[in-house]
Design a binder for this molecule. Structure first.
Ligand SMILES: Cc1cc2nc3c(=O)[nH]c(=O)nc-3n(C[C@H](O)[C@H](O)[C@H](O)COP(=O)(O)O)c2cc1C
Length: 223
């Protein structure tokens, strides 16, 4: 801006206050207006972060399916229907994380496209999933699996170590969303890396070669 223009601008600004007319905003179709997103516990981000913690004692009460679906949407749901974008980022958009849920009712696979649970078996695999009682007896056990084919396709040329890191980071971000959603839902959870019987779980899920169990995450009412 030249000196002349600056003086003109300052003079105009000082002498002519502008009355801002309210701008009528067209209603925005929020991508998050999916059933799960709309119903998720409406707490502030501050409250969710303040409440986030690991819980290792759960009441035996089952987790209601709608609450479970809200946790799964938070973990790995679609928040941008136009592009299919997810609530969690993933390395090179691999979207390799698949979440299974083990309960007393059997084994389920989260279908992120519809945010529904597809029953894939009647067997309760919680007991063999971990030697830790608080994990194996939790009302719902989330099982994070990295789809090896999807990850390798997205991260072409990456070495095995990078692939393993990517698989775990992608799952851990989903898990953090579950932690925060649990605060909103009044539920407790704990991410489990060490106490996961990965081989037994992989066998029960009949995972294909290259797919791995990254973490498991029990969910229930904390007590
Ligand atoms: C990658 C990862 C693996 C974890 N594995 C276990 C585990 O095997 N068993 C367990 O009881 N907690 C596990 N945790 C939970 C941590 O122990 C917990 O986050 C930590 O003690 C801090 O407590 P807070 O989450 O309540 O802040 C794990 C956490 C992370 C991030």
């Amino acid at each position: 801006m030249t000196d002349f223009n600056r003086r003109l601008f300052l003079a105009a600004s000082a002498s002519a206050p502008v009355a801002l007319a309210p701008i009528a905003l067209a209603p925005i179709a929020l991508a998050t207006a999916t059933p799960a997103a709309a119903a998720i516990g409406d707490i502030t981000l501050k409250a969710a972060l303040e409440g986030r913690q690991s819980s290792r004692r759960f009441a035996p009460t089952p987790v209601a399916e709608d609450a479970l679906l809200r946790l799964l949407w938070a973990a790995n749901g679609i928040n941008r229907p136009d592009s299919g974008g997810r609530t969690s980022p993933s390395w090179r958009s691999a979207n390799d994380t698949i979440i299974y849920v083990a309960t007393a009712e059997g084994l389920f696979r989260h279908a992120h496209e519809t945010n529904t649970l597809e029953k894939i078996g009647d067997t309760d695999i919680r007991a063999e999933s971990s030697d830790s009682a608080f994990v194996s007896r939790a009302p719902a056990l989330l099982i994070f699996v990295s789809d090896g084919e999807a990850l390798r396709k997205a991260a072409e040329g990456a070495d095995e170590q990078a692939l393993a890191v990517g698989a775990h980071v992608n799952a851990a971000i989903c898990a953090q969303n579950v932690y925060l959603a649990c605060v909103a839902e009044g539920l407790g959870t704990c991410l489990i890396g060490g106490a996961a019987n990965r081989e037994a779980i992989a066998k029960a899920l009949e995972l294909p070669e290259g797919s791995i169990v990254t973490y498991i995450q029990p969910v229930g009412t904390a007590r």
